[in-house]
Design a protein around this ligand. Structure first.
Ligand code: KG4
Ligand code: ZN
Length: 337
């Protein structure tokens, strides 16, 4: 007898990207992402505008994903969506749309934690990863170290006490007069600069805790003390040096966790894992400890619905579904990550 396929439609709308993906038997068939240019004018995400843009993007994005995957609505096994953390107005658009589809198609609903999904992104392109896997999750809103066991249970072992790594890069970029989000601009400019040109202070904390407020302040005072015109003239060197400090800081804490917790593999996820210097340095870190490193392709690093679909697929296999009264949450995950 032929086994029935598992087809999942997933929706991501936690911040300023509207995305829909279709996963069939563990493989991503479509991952459509619509960004929101409107925020560039303001140098940051405006929640009210993000909610409105999700509302106009969501239907075409879902239709495009279904069309690309070649799946009919009645063939779907479940509808997944991002519960949080994120902007409440944005989350409500995805949640409402997913609930409507779930009711009208009579398909089960799966609410997914955005941070767990960033970790699950690692499994999109690699089915068999040695466990325990230590994952460094670096995004615009979060910086965490997570241990993942054989059953995909995630255990949070460290996080940031203040800014996230992506937030620190975005704030640094703003100080340097670069457009929002600044992380990719720092990455680009750093390629032409000297990473040893300047020094910035990082905070060393106990255990596996991170803090990025110190390095941000260090850059602020550095820039204030320079003559006019200095920043423009030395922009690549400043970007390369700042980025190198952030990367080495992330690796220092990850290295400490590898030494103490002895994972069988390491993984990198979240928007900042798109950073070219971090990707290369993370591979070196794995070699240093003779363990494999897993880093998702670019399209699965920043916010995307494919990672929501993969996390939902894992939940589906455990028979873990959500009730129709499931609510989104804006702040820290309510699931134990
Ligand atoms: O995961 P993500 O798309 O959204 C959140 O869940 O926060 O991450 C966005 C973050 C932003 O801070 C952005 O500047 C950063 O990822 N980012 C990068 C790069 N691409 C995106 N940071 C450094 N280098 C990049 N190439
Ligand atoms: Zn994210």
């Amino acid at each position: 007898m032929q086994e029935t396929s598992v087809n999942i439609l997933a929706i991501e709308s936690s911040c300023d990207d509207t995305s829909a993906a279709v996963l069939c038997d563990g493989k991503i068939r479509a991952n459509i992402i619509a960004g929101q240019e409107v925020h560039r004018l303001y140098g940051g995400v405006i929640p009210e505008l993000a909610g409105r843009a999700h509302q106009s993007n969501i239907l075409p994005v879902v239709q495009q994903a279904m069309f690309k995957a070649g799946i009919h609505p009645e063939e779907l096994s479940a509808i997944a969506f991002t519960r949080g953390p994120g902007l409440m107005g944005s989350l409500l658009v995805g949640a409402g749309f997913a609930k409507g589809l779930s009711i009208s198609l009579n398909k089960p609903l799966i609410g997914v934690d955005h941070l767990q999904a960033h970790v699950s992104a690692v499994f999109i392109e690699h089915e068999h990863i040695p466990r325990p896997m230590l994952c460094l999750l670096v995004s615009g809103g979060h910086t965490q170290l997570v241990m993942v066991d054989e059953d995909n249970r995630m255990n949070l072992i460290g996080s940031t006490l203040d800014d996230a790594a992506g937030e620190a890069l975005d704030k640094a970029a703003k100080l340097l007069g670069l457009p929002y989000p600044g992380g990719p601009h720092i990455d680009r400019l750093a390629k032409e600069g000297n990473p040893e040109a300047f020094s910035f202070a990082t905070s060393r904390l106990a255990d596996y805790q991170f803090s990025f407020s110190g390095i941000k302040t260090s850059l602020l005072y550095f820039l204030k003390a320079r003559p006019p015109g200095f920043t423009e003239q030395h922009l690549p060197d400043i970007c390369a040096s700042f980025q190198e400090h952030v990367v080495q800081y992330l690796l220092h804490i990850t290295r400490k966790a590898i030494k103490n917790l002895k994972p069988a593999s390491i993984a990198l996820s979240g928007g900042v894992s798109a950073n070219s210097r971090l990707r290369a340095a993370f591979e070196d870190l794995a070699q240093e400890h003779s363990i494999p490193a897993y880093i998702p392709s670019f399209e699965y690093c920043t916010d995307n619905a494919a990672m929501i679909a993969m996390a939902a697929y894992q939940a589906y296999q455990h028979g873990s579904f959500s009730n129709l009264d499931v609510m989104p949450y804006a702040r820290q995950s309510v699931v134990p990550i």
